[in-house]
Design a protein around this ligand. Structure first.
Ligand SMILES: NC(=O)C1=CN([C@@H]2O[C@H](COP(=O)(O)OP(=O)(O)OC[C@H]3O[C@@H](n4cnc5c(N)ncnc54)[C@H](OP(=O)(O)O)[C@@H]3O)[C@@H](O)[C@H]2O)[C@@H](O)CC1
Ligand SMILES: [K+]
Length: 296
């Protein structure tokens, strides 16, 4: 009898061990995001994806920038279609371009916005000084000149009032995933002016609409707005390749678009971002993300 009880106890313990092995283990939030392929791309991983695209699939920076800038222009056009209709179909778009590739995306976007029938103007205070930067950005500037898009190199006249009176929409292409806060001049003053111009003016509640390319400039890529520096509140963000972790800090009122539909699945999988490809409808180059459907 005692032997039977011992055998029964041993069997029950073995069963409990087996049952606990089979029970679903609660997933960490990060593991859940990775398994859905909808991870957020931290700044250093975004730089790695960029570098790998240019080494292993052999993309040139011109190719990627062209697709990124076209996605930005398309998202801006779609997001502000209602406003454009109120303005007779043509928006005055002030495109603020920084010294790196985020600024290059802005130069490309300005060209496509002109082709879409809008009226872009570019502020481009500082261009990279390497031979490669001079070639790449020099070509983009010449292409804008051919379309009679004005390019201003001095940012100092751009106060909040000047921005409000000269633009319906501001495209913020000042800094992307390589930004390290705090912003230095002349960008710090320009950011303060844009932040003010994009907040409803007390007098009439009118403000320019602000679209940020990849990252709202001045925000830390992984952590979001920084205390003590002017924080942009964009109406719309166009993430490229995959959203970065700052996306958790976007308010519900901010439209979030995704573009940069060029990452091969094998590379995307290695960074847990392969799920974004399925969100694009048919041949669209951009998709408006539904925050409720994102695991972050
Ligand atoms: N695969 C993709 O997704 C693709 C991404 N693309 C785009 O590239 C973007 C990343 O471009 P990126 O690496 O050139 O860097 P970006 O953020 O433009 O800025 C670097 C510049 O800013 C400067 N700078 C930094 N901090 C500063 C400060 N506090 N105050 C003042 N200046 C400061 C820095 O100067 P430095 O500090 O080095 O002197 C340097 O000159 C990415 O977000 C996306 O938009 C597409 O074009 C192609 C495909
Ligand atoms: K930006």
């Amino acid at each position: 009898m005692r032997a039977i009880r011992q055998t029964t106890r041993a069997a029950s313990a073995a069963w409990q061990r087996m049952a606990s092995d089979l029970a679903p283990v609660p997933m960490s939030a990060a593991a859940a995001r990775a398994s859905s392929g909808l991870s957020l791309l931290r700044a250093d991983d975004a730089a790695s994806v960029d570098a790998e695209l240019m080494s292993s699939p052999g993309f040139s920076v011109d190719q990627l920038m062209e697709l990124a800038g076209l996605a930005v222009a398309t998202a801006v056009h779609k997001e502000f279609e209602g406003l454009a209709a109120e303005r007779g179909g043509c928006l005055r778009v002030l495109v603020l371009c920084g010294p790196g590739n985020n600024g290059g995306d802005g130069l490309v976007a300005a060209r496509h916005l002109a082709h879409f029938g809008h009226k872009p103007a570019v502020v481009y205070p500082r261009m990279g000084s390497s031979d490669e930067a001079k070639r790449l950005f020099g070509n983009l500037l010449r292409q804008l000149e051919d379309l009679d898009v004005p390019v201003v190199r001095d940012a100092t006249p751009y106060s909040a009032d000047v921005i409000r009176s000269s633009a319906d929409v501001v495209v913020d292409a000042l800094f992307g995933f390589s930004f390290k806060p705090p912003a230095r001049e002349p960008f710090a003053s320009l950011l303060a002016a844009v932040a003010e111009a994009a907040s409803p003016a007390e007098a009439d509640g009118e403000c320019v609409r602000l679209a940020s390319v990849d990252v709202p400039s001045g925000w830390e890529v992984n952590d979001g707005p920084q205390e003590g520096s002017p924080a942009l509140s964009p109406h719309c963000v166009v993430s490229l390749t995959a959203p970065k972790p700052f996306a958790r800090r976007l308010g519900a009122a901010t439209a979030h678009w995704l573009g940069g539909r060029f990452v091969p699945p094998s590379l995307a999988r290695r960074f847990g971002v392969e799920g974004y490809a399925a969100l694009y409808p048919a041949a669209e180059q951009v998709v408006r993300l539904d925050p409720a459907a994102m695991p972050w």
